[in-house]
Design a protein around this ligand. Structure first.
Ligand code: SF4
Length: 180
């Protein structure tokens, strides 16, 4: 594999996201409880995509996917809400984060073809996922969500010395990329 210039990738990420941190992949803990929570299907995505349980494979298989890497980046989009019931504002920040993840992913896939993209939502590459009848259409473009892989977002941020909460009235969405 060609040498990856993490500083260049970091610079690109910083030009897109509100906050960027270095991810030490060895700090990541996968939690069976997170997968149990997925089963409650509050997001209506359970058993709907290759990137959501049980389509992701077992938690052990997800951990294997993670442990192939050592370095990555944490990518955050922070916005402000009018109040705690500002659902429209929450939706806008979420949409903005998705747009930023898509923009960065286009760059990242070229810069690090062997990398892994892990956002805050299931893969949105295809209008309709092939799950469960056909294999994934674009395995090189697939993106998981942190929780589908068993990760607790706030814990990953804490263990990598990057804030998750930026003060009253703010909301932060988080994704990450695994580099090498
Ligand atoms: S790339 Fe397409 S087929 Fe593969 S997981 Fe994503 S949405 Fe599904």
């Amino acid at each position: 594999m060609t040498e990856v210039n993490i500083n260049e990738i970091l610079k690109k990420a910083e030009s897109i996201f509100s906050h960027v941190g270095i991810l030490d992949v060895d700090t990541i803990v996968v939690h069976p409880a997170v997968r149990e929570y997925c089963k409650e299907n509050k997001c209506h995505q359970y058993d709907k995509k290759w990137t959501c349980p049980p389509g992701t494979g077992t938690l052990e298989e997800c951990e294997e996917r993670i442990r192939k890497y050592h370095r990555g980046l944490i990518l955050q989009t922070t916005g402000e809400l009018e109040d705690t019931l500002d659902f429209e504002g929450m939706g806008e920040i979420s949409k903005l984060h998705t747009e930023k993840m898509i923009e960065f992913s286009k760059y990242f896939r070229k810069a690090v073809p062997t990398g892994m993209i892990v956002g805050d939502m299931p893969c949105i590459e295809c209008k309709e996922c092939t799950y469960p009848h056909e294999p994934c259409r674009f395995p090189d473009k697939i993106s998981y969500s942190m929780s589908a892989l068993g990760m607790i977002v706030s814990e990953v941020c804490r263990d990598n010395n990057i804030n998750y909460y930026y003060g009253p009235g703010t909301l932060t969405y988080v994704g990450c990329v695994f580099i090498d």
